[in-house]
Design a protein around this ligand. Sequence first.
Ligand SMILES: CC(C)[C@H](C(=O)O)[C@@H](O)C(=O)O
Ligand code: SF4
Length: 473
Amino acid sequence: MGKTLAQKVWDDHVVRHGSNGAPDLLYIDLMLMHEVTSPQAFDGLRVAGRTPRHPELLIATEDHNTPTVNIDCPNPDATSALQLSTLERNCEEFGIRLHGLGDADQGIVHAFAPMLGLTQPGMTIVCGDSHTSTHGAFGALAFGIGTSEVEHVMATQTLSLKPFKTMAVNVNGVLPPDVTAKDVILAIIAKIGTGGGQGYVIEYRGSAIEHMTMDERMTICNMSIEAGARAGMIAPDDTTFTYLKGRPHAPQGELWDMAVDYWKTLRTDDDAVFDKEVTLEAAELAPFVTWGTNPGQGVPISQSIPDPDSFEDATQRNAAHRALDYMDLEPGTPMKSIPVDTVFIGSCTNGRIDDLREAAAIMKGRKKADSIHRVLVVPASSRIRIQAEEEGLDKIFEEFGAQWRNAGCSMCLGMNPDQMVAHERAVSTSNRNFEGRQGKGSRTHLVSPQVAAATAVMGTICTPADLPSLMEA
Ligand SMILES: CC(C)[C@H](C(=O)O)[C@@H](O)C(=O)O
Ligand code: SF4
């Protein structure tokens, strides 16, 4: 029987097969690190008197605790400052390359690595961060691990793991013009549920996925974890190879040709069987928005807030009641009538150059609504920031009335100064709308960059198609 993409990458990394149901020992090609989940791992190594087995395969950045303004000033928060200085000391002591704040390659861990060409097809990539699934967009087997596993990888460059189950999510056909990668993944999560992917590696397939850019594919794979999956993958193809060619860490010359020959073998065989298959018709999808407090509580934007009592499942019903209470929303309210205070465009889901270009195209020649308190546009990495500025996007954002920031996780989660206050409502291009995620008591609606930008113009949730054309305005 043939193999799936995930199985091929797995098999190519087995150092030792586990017998009698014991886990396999897998070789890890690359471990990415950040300030939040590394300190205990470094401490563990120190206590055991060990050194990293392959320090050159460990690469760190600073992202969660970093401010996005005045980055040359002392960090305003003592805990964050300590977290960052600890990473800096640890990297220095253990000989690990760090792209710290101020470095041109600093940025969100899942954004800076692809930009450098560190993320490549067929690799095993881990990081103490759940959204490591992002790197699966390149056909890598990439997943988040816990702090004790981070220590294990540092010490041995291997990880002990039981094989994952495999799921295919097929998105067939052509997407309507206003439907983005973010809408596709929100629709997938709404369909399979936030636990639907548990124990699986999802492979996204079908013509709608094949037509996506690498930035769009990263948006899709990024949110695999929000469906409960361990990882998300997309088979590498010419789009992948074109993106990688010439990047600082991409193979060169003869090695490039050899790499591409191998990468081309990383496709699920025709006779491979997935443990589960789910299919969506691209033509039936629409721009999506969440109304609740988990990423699966979403609807097409033209719809209204569902009645919690319409859910047959008692757990879902209770969750919906609680979510609407927290979100201060009534069933039956059209999504497009909801006013918001804040717009956040950024994160490892939607802070890449494609996302910034899309947002800028909508903001160009327009102004933010007076009712919107703030529009934050935060590039996912410093390299993306440089690229956006070379294209003049920063000027468009500023003329629109948005704040153009330095790279980092920013308002995706409340670990740095970019936080919302209680009862503030945002449309956000990030990936989690949990209670208090963007600040204590804050309310989050997950959307695409296009919907975020359009909402910033109108003041209420809407799509670019709802905006008056610039001629009429
Ligand atoms: C801080 C980190 C451990 C966490 C994660 O694992 O995802 C964060 O990045 C998040 O998005 O909530
Ligand atoms: S941007 Fe958000 S989701 Fe991504 S790594 Fe940072 S905190 Fe986690």
